[in-house]
Ligand binder design. Sequence first.
Ligand SMILES: [Zn+2]
Ligand SMILES: [Zn+2]
Length: 632
Amino acid sequence: MANANNELHKKVEELLPAVCALSKVEHEGPDVVIYLKNIAEFYKDENLIRKIAGTLRKRVLIRSDPSALTTPEKALDKIKAIVPAEAGVTDISFFPQFCEVAIDSLKPGLVIGKGGSTLKEIIFQTGWAPKILRTPTMPSNTVSGIRKSMLKEADNRKKFLTNLGRVISTPPTAKADWVKVTALGGFHEVGRMCILVQTPNDKILIDCGVNPETNEGPKAFPYLSSMGITLDQLNAVVITHAHLDHCGFVPYLYKYGYEGPVYCTPPTRDLMVLLQFDYIKVLSKGDTPSPYEEKDVRKMLDHVVVRDYEDVTDITPEIKLTFHNAGHILGSSMVHFHIGEGLHNLVYTGDLKYGFTKLFDPANAAFPRSETIFMESTYGGRNDIQPVRQEAEKKLMEAIMKTIERKGKALIPVFAVGRSQEVMLVLEEYAQTHPDFNVPVYIDGMILEASAIHTAYPEFLRQNVQRRVLSNNSPFESKIFEPVKVKRQEIVDGDPCVILAPSGMLSGGPSLEYLKLLAEGEKNSLIFVGYQSALSLGRKLQHGAKEVPLHGEGGKLQSVKVNMEIQTVEGFSGHSDRSQLLAFAKNLKPRPERIFTLHGDEGKCDDLARTINKMLHIETRAPMNLDAIRLK
Ligand SMILES: [Zn+2]
Ligand SMILES: [Zn+2]
C-alpha cells in the first residue's frame, strides 16, 4: 500500500516543476489530490494539469498545502473583494478537511472569470481551492439541505473518500477473467430495477429500485437475498436516475451493512434524496412499513460520489465507469462499464429517450466500445407507437380546453420529476401564444421542489431552456403556475382549473387526494400523460374501472364512483416508444454483439428482443429475474 502511494508520489514529482514544492499526493475516492506549498507556480503552466491527469489517467485536483492557507476570516474578506457583486454569491463555506472553499452563486460564470481568471485570483490570494456551486433560481430545500449536510459531514466524508481511494488504487492479486450479470429485479416487469455485475474481484449493483405501485414485499423489492453475498461485500452501487424504480431501495443497503460508495450524476443525487424522503412519507400514511428510515437516506447521502456525463472514473481497480446522457429525466444516465483492460464492455441504458423532448437532448448512442447492451423496453411492445409530439401537444390542450369550457377541472397525474416539468413547458408555451388561456395551473406536491432543482443544473437541460434559466426567464417560474397553498377542497370547490399533481400512477400523494374529490363530477377530467404500470390504479382506470376502492378519511376503505372523463394522451413520455427504441438499437455505435431487454411489462421485453434480433442479426434475449448470464 505504502509502496503504491510512494510510486504515485514519485510520478507526480517527476511531472512537476520543483518550484511548486510538492508536499503530498493522495487518493481521494476516484481522484488524485496533489498538495503544493507554492500553488501560484503551478498555474503558470496552463498545460500542466492536463499533462498530469493524462499520465495518471485520473481526475487530478490541485490544492494548497494546509500551511499555505490564509485563515477563513481573511479568505472570506478577500473572496468578497475579488468576486464581482453581479455574480450573486449566496453562500461561502470553508472545508479545511479538503483545503477547499465552496462558493454558491447565481452566476457561477462570473465567479470563474474569463479563462478562470477570477478563480485563480482567489487561489493566489487565499490559497483555498474554490469549488463553484450554482444557486437555484427558485429556493430549494433539497439543494440547500444537501449542501449543508456536506459541510456538517465533511470530516466523515474525508475519511470515507480517503479509504475508498485506497481500495480503488490497490490492484487485485489476480486479474479478472470472467464477467457475470445477475438479474435481481426489473426484468419482464417495470419496477425494482436491480442488476448485479460480478467478476472474480468485484461485485457492483447497477440501480436498486422499488416497485412503488405495490405494497407486497416479495414484488416490491429486488431479490437481494439471492446474491449469495452479504451487502458489505459489494464494492459499489451505480444509479442511473432518481426515479424510485431505480433508486428507491438504496437506503436499505445502508441500513443493513453496506458502507461503500453510490455513484450518480449531481442532479440524480439531489432528486434521489427528495424522492426517497417522500417515499418514506407516503408509506408512513398507509399500513405498509417503510423498508428504511430518514437516517438511512442521510447515511446514503454521506456516501454519494457524483460524476458528470462523459467523465471516465475508476470505481474499482479493474472497472471504469462512464455516465452518458439518457434523455429521460434531469441527470438521467446510461452506464458504461469498461471491465479489465479490454476484457469486456457493457452498457446499461437505464430509462432512455431517443427522441425529442422540450427538456433534454436525446440519448447518446455512441460508446467507445460495447459488446453487451442491456436496454429498457417500457414501450417495446409491437403496438407501442407513440404519436409525434406536435399531435400530442394538440390533443392535450384540446382535452384541457374542453374540460375548462364545460366548467370542469382537469387533473393531470404526473411524476414529480420529469413529466411534470415537460407538461409545464407545454402549458407555458401555449399560454404565451394563447392570451385567452387564463385559468390557473395548480402545481401540487413535490413538483415545485423538483422544478427548483432543475434550475440548479441548467447545463443538463436543452440549450434553449438552459438559456432561459440563465437569463432570469425560467419557464418554471411563469406566472400561470400557482403553487398550492390553500386546502385542496378549496381548489375543488373553486373555478375551472388545471391541476398537476404527483404521483403519476395515482399510487398515492396529492393526485390520489384530488381523484377522490373530483372523481364523481362528470364535468371533470383525468388526463394521463405518462406510463401506467401493470399494477397501478392508473392502469385500472385507463381500462375503464367505474368504481374503485380508496382509503377515505380515517384510513377506511370506501368505494368511489368514477364519473369524470378519463383520457390518455400519449406522446409525452420520457421513454422511447417502440420505433425510437429500434432506432436506438440500430444506431448504436459500435454495433454490440448482443442485446438483452428488460424494464417492460407483459410481453414487451420478448417482443423487442425478437424484433431487434430480426433487424440486426445479433444475439438478443429477454432474461427473467434471477437469471445469471455469463458475458465473458
Ligand atoms: Zn425513469
Ligand atoms: Zn424506470
